[in-house]
Design a binder for this molecule. Structure first.
Ligand code: SF4
Ligand code: SF4
Length: 375
């Protein structure tokens, strides 16, 4: 453990974005979430991450964590989203803090982040006075530390940190697959945080679960090096091995995922030089395969007038692109479109592309999905 903000911070955080669901596929499974929370806390870990826009997540945090543990036993982070798709005024944006505190019942947030900053929405955070708002919330004791999560270029990140040196932490998408990716720019964004001496919270270390089941060549490579280590463990340990990383969030969805994460993160060992070389080889293999860089964040789906399950369709397409498994891709596509819009229903309104933090050309990929998976 390393010390951040005067406390020893365990390197693994529980991301409450992809919590387990009941059989209806929608309702959060609170009983399983409670068991996962217990396992996490019993392992000596304490960082939990939610957000105003994660549907049902803040309420689940209250039931599984806040109502069952003393406040000093955990750190809880939430986030304020001022994107156009989420709010239309400064008042609406500022009210999110009050609502998040009500939903969680936590009394205060240990960390509070301006959510998913990128070039297109920066003006909202400035014009709505949200930097002053979080500073004042800290003075009032409603939050302990503030910062922002970020999905854009290193130049934009550098500009924000230069303008707002008061930001205390930065949450970045970092994983071995996106380390040198020109769009996500994990490495370059991490280096900007090092330059500004900001602790980094890592999101998407397993790339929305994708790196838990990597292409066969990479799975074989990992298994050869260490037959008992999961592919997910390579991904989480890669992010956690970075010197300036404060905590790595894993959006765990069931008890086996929690158990696997705890098996190597309750007592964390950084990757050795030999293991780093294995990751470099995996990066080489992945770079040679085309795929859609969707992290399943679902920011694109809420406003889709055709009710198209975009991330599910992209998940199906990636089975085709990465694994060349057409039967599995068609099965997944069938599930994704059974009670929702098909890829070919897209009317090109582009709402989804405005909302996508990964800047994916969603409409073009939907056209390809229609061509490959609907015929
Ligand atoms: S562009 Fe297509 S997929 Fe995107 S929101 Fe509009 S209809 Fe939905
Ligand atoms: S397409 Fe973009 S916004 Fe939609 S789920 Fe994937 S990464 Fe998120």
């Amino acid at each position: 453990m390393k010390e951040f903000f005067g406390v020893q911070m365990p390197r693994l955080g529980f991301g409450l974005m992809r919590l387990p669901r009941l059989a209806d596929g929608k309702t959060i499974d609170i009983e399983q979430t409670k068991r996962m929370t217990d396992m996490f806390i019993e392992a000596g870990l304490k960082y939990f991450d939610t957000a105003y826009v994660y549907e049902g997540s803040e309420e689940a945090a209250r039931k599984a964590l806040v109502e069952r543990y003393p406040r000093e036993d955990y750190y809880l982070t939430s986030k304020l989203n001022a994107g156009n798709w989420c709010v239309g005024s400064a008042e609406e944006a500022k009210r999110e803090l009050e609502i998040s505190l009500e939903r969680t019942g936590a009394g205060y947030f240990d960390f509070y982040l301006l959510h998913a900053l990128e070039k297109e929405n920066l003006d909202n955070y400035e014009n709505y006075g949200l930097w002053d708002f979080v500073r004042e919330a800290k003075e009032k004791g409603l939050i302990r530390h503030f910062g922002f999560s970020f999905h854009d270029s290193p130049e934009t990140l550098d500009a924000i940190l230069t303008k707002h040196p008061e930001a205390e932490v930065v949450q970045l998408q970092i994983n071995w697959a996106d380390w040198n990716d020109p769009v996500v720019a994990s490495r370059a964004n991490y280096e900007v945080c090092v330059k500004h001496n900001k602790p980094v919270i890592v999101m998407e270390p397993i790339k929305g679960g994708t790196l838990a089941n990597p292409p066969q060549g990479i799975a074989d490579l990992f298994a050869k090096e260490n037959p008992s280590a999961s592919a997910a463990s390579w991904a989480v340990r890669f992010a956690a091995s970075l010197e300036q990383v404060m905590v790595v969030l894993s959006g765990m969805s069931n008890i086996p995922q929690m158990a696997d994460n705890l098996s190597y993160m309750s007592e964390f060992t950084p990757l050795s030089g030999k293991e780093q070389a294995v990751i470099a080889k995996a990066q080489e293999i992945l770079a040679s395969i085309e795929q859609i860089p969707c992290t399943s964040c679902h920011y694109c789906t809420g406003g889709c007038p055709m009710n198209i399950k975009i991330p599910d369709i992209f998940g199906a397409m990636n089975r085709l692109l990465i694994y060349n498994n057409e039967a599995d891709a068609r099965r997944r596509y069938g599930n994704a479109t059974a009670d929702a819009g098909k890829a070919s229903d897209c009317i090109h309104c582009l709402q989804c592309e405005d909302a996508c933090p990964q800047h994916i050309q969603i409409t073009q990929w939907l056209e390809k999905a229609a061509e490959r998976l609907e015929a």
